[in-house]
Design a protein around this ligand. Structure first.
Ligand code: ADP
Ligand code: MG
Length: 375
């Protein structure tokens, strides 16, 4: 992604590989990446003849800043979405990266990843430390990270869960802080990965009808970069920037998870946070700049206040499954991501050769059509 001077929401879309479970269910692939920006979603109609009889398009195409499918490596996803934020971060610009999508579609894989295939968290921290090393010696940097969960509108320290629920406080400079949160300043990648893996296991995960380990919580990795002049004689200029990397709770609808009682309450909170986030981003990107931004609506948006409201670059990575069985959820997610994308229409867009794209997906669609007919 080219993160320009004008700050706005950048939207990436990642389609994960078909899972074994989906394959066993006999699911087919209905979400395809056409090229580096375009994705097509096919409606898996029961009767292929219906498609022909209806004689209308059963496929919908979407365009994002960048699109990935099963073939994309963790490094590729990191490079195209997050790497570009680091330069801004060390010069004092806030940034936010969040993973959005239904449970099981790859949010945690993208953000945390595995030991062998680390995700955005560790790659970003590594590059941040490297970038700081390469900067001039007159500046002194300190980096600290904390890892927390927002569950049911309550904040827990994932690096020290025994500390109970934590509160948000405004510090002397008016920056929202999580009171009493553990801050770690290690620069050892292996150590960081272990801390995050351990913390991730402590996330609140409850079984629901939709998924056995549905993530009902938002996980937030907060990276604070403080910068000051080394010289003692000169007035020390202190710059402070924060990067939030967020693994959001599953975006699936409460109705679909057949939630009851407690689950329903949690669902409402999760939706509240997701909704509040969407509303804030909407208001912030209002061209006239006169929309009221209601950060106070949820813990998540209160925490993100400085990150979203100041000089911030924000990247959303939306996740979907390619499977026919996930069609409805995928369509919802694509619609949400598409709307988020349209928020930044005022930003100068990369030149897009429309006819090229049309030719590309026309050919893919006809391939898929003949595949359906062959079935
Ligand atoms: P979420 O956090 O959105 O609920 P996960 O990240 O836990 O979903 O992904 C669900 C499963 O799919 C995990 O077993 C994960 O390892 C696997 N997975 C997700 N995305 C990918 C990918 N791009 N490549 C390989 N495996 C993936
Ligand atoms: Mg997850």
């Amino acid at each position: 992604l080219k993160v320009g001077v004008s700050c706005c929401l950048q939207v990436a879309l990642r389609i994960r590989p078909l899972s074994d479970a989906e394959q066993e269910e006999g699911a087919t692939i209905v979400a395809h990446r056409v090229d580096e920006q375009v994705v097509v979603l096919m409606d898996p109609m029961e009767d292929p003849d219906d498609i022909l009889r209806a004689n209308r398009s059963r496929e919908k195409t979407y365009m994002f800043d960048v699109a990935f499918d099963f073939s994309a490596s963790q490094e590729e996803v990191y490079r195209a979405t997050t790497k570009g934020l680091i330069e801004g971060l060390i010069s004092g610009y806030n940034a936010t990266v969040f993973a959005y999508g239904p449970t099981g579609c790859g949010k945690t894989y993208t953000m945390l990843g595995t030991d062998k295939e680390p995700g955005i968290y560790v790659r970003t921290l590594n590059d941040l430390f490297r970038a700081i090393e390469e900067t001039s010696d007159d500046m002194l940097y300190s980096v600290s990270m904390s890892y927390l969960e927002i569950y049911n509108e309550m904040i827990r320290d994932l690096l020290n869960p025994s500390s109970g629920f934590l509160d948000l406080r405004e510090d002397a400079k008016g920056v929202i802080q999580v009171a009493g949160i553990t801050e770690v300043s290690t620069i050892n990648a292996q150590e960081i990965m272990e801390l995050l893996m351990k913390g991730n296991k402590l996330r609140t995960q409850e079984p629901t009808a939709a998924n056995k380990t549905s993530s009902r919580s938002h996980a937030v990795l907060q990276v604070a970069v403080k910068q000051q002049s080394r010289s003692r004689d000169v007035l020390q200029e202190v710059r402070f920037a924060r990067l939030f990397m967020i693994d959001l709770a599953g975006s699936e609808r409460a109705a679909q998870t057949q939630n009851r009682g407690q689950r329903l309450k949690e669902g409402a909170h999760i939706n509240r946070s997701l909704l509040a986030l969407g509303n804030c981003i909407n208001a912030l990107s209002d061209k006239a700049g006169n929309k009221y931004v209601n950060y106070r609506d949820s813990k998540l948006t209160r925490l993100l206040k400085d990150s979203l409201g100041g000089n911030s670059r924000t990247v959303m990575i939306a996740h979907i499954s390619p499977a026919s069985v996930a069609f409805e959820e995928s369509r919802n997610t694509l619609t949400y991501a598409d709307r988020a994308k349209s928020i930044r229409t005022r930003v100068k867009k990369n030149l897009i050769n429309v006819s090229y794209h049309i030719a590309q997906y026309t050919s893919i669609i006809s391939d898929l059509r003949s595949e359906i007919q062959r079935l």
